[in-house]
Design a protein around this ligand. Structure first.
Ligand code: HEM
Length: 235
């Protein structure tokens, strides 16, 4: 086994610890923002802002962070390939479901507040991202898990699965960044101080999310020994 590949395994594990730390910080910041600064979270409330608050929480913790954990699970966990494959697809499924619920909360907030739907670049790209994520999951499930494609189809599909998955994940990060920007711009035009605590908190939450996503993408790109690496095969 080449020494550089072995070194890759150590780097991947080390960087995945950094990713976990960034995930905890990002999750804490979005909760502090929505609960402490924006009044809390609610599914039903006469204060419609509390319904909206579920949106960034579910999109960051549910979609971006859990989706990122699904991506790095292949490199970060000392388990068999088959176990990691199940963890990968289950975490992605949970991320997809929480992401869909998160988008629903934005629609619910708009509908109950008499605000139009789908008017922003953020929302358009957001619909694209969740749709591509769902397509990627369904294709991956059918080809690599059940019923499973032929060996040649799996071999041809794997690099495209990795490339397309990375592309969709980066697009999801960009969408979340646009969301933070858009919400903070709304808040600043209704009186929140441009250099105040809340503005810094929101901008730093976005920066931590980008750093987390960067760690995820780098970990997934590091070559590791074959027995630890991606190795999709139909069960
Ligand atoms: C990848 C993650 C995200 C996706 C896929 C996403 C998707 C969406 C979609 C589809 C809507 C449209 C809802 C409607 O028209 O009724 C929306 C609304 C909204 N989202 Fe996100 N979102 C994400 C993350 C975030 C984050 C982290 C924030 C930060 C606060 C945010 C802020 C907003 C705001 C302010 C709206 C209402 C205004 C608008 O429709 O653009 N989003 N989001």
């Amino acid at each position: 086994m080449a020494p550089s590949i072995n070194a890759g395994k150590g780097t991947a594990i080390g960087l995945s610890y950094a990713a976990q730390a960034l995930a905890v910080v990002g999750a804490a910041l979005v909760l502090i923002w929505t609960i402490h600064f924006r009044g809390g979270l609610a599914w039903e409330s006469s204060n419609k802002g509390l319904i909206f608050n579920l949106h960034p929480v579910l999109m960051l913790i549910g979609f971006i962070i859990l989706g990122g954990e699904a991506i790095i699970s292949y490199k970060a966990l000392p388990l068999t390939k088959q176990t990691k494959k199940v963890i990968h697809l289950v975490l992605h499924a949970v991320a997809l479901i929480l992401g869909a619920i998160g988008i629903y909360t934005a629609f619910k907030y708009h509908n109950e507040s008499g605000i139009a739907n789908l008017y922003s670049l953020h929302s358009w790209i957001g619909i694209g991202v969740i749709s591509l994520y769902a397509i990627q999951w369904i294709y991956g499930f059918i080809i690599f898990f059940y019923p499973g494609g032929s060996e040649s189809l799996r071999n041809v599909s794997l690099p495209w699965h990795v490339l397309f998955g990375t592309f969709v994940y980066i697009l999801a990060l960009a969408t979340a960044t646009l969301g933070f920007l858009e919400k903070l711009t709304f808040l600043e035009s209704s009186g929140v101080a441009k250099y105040g605590q809340e503005a810094f908190l929101v901008n730093f939450t976005a920066i931590i999310s980008i750093l987390y996503g960067t760690a995820v993408v780098v970990v997934s790109a590091i070559p590791v020994p074959a027995e630890d690496d991606f190795g999709y095969s139909a069960i």
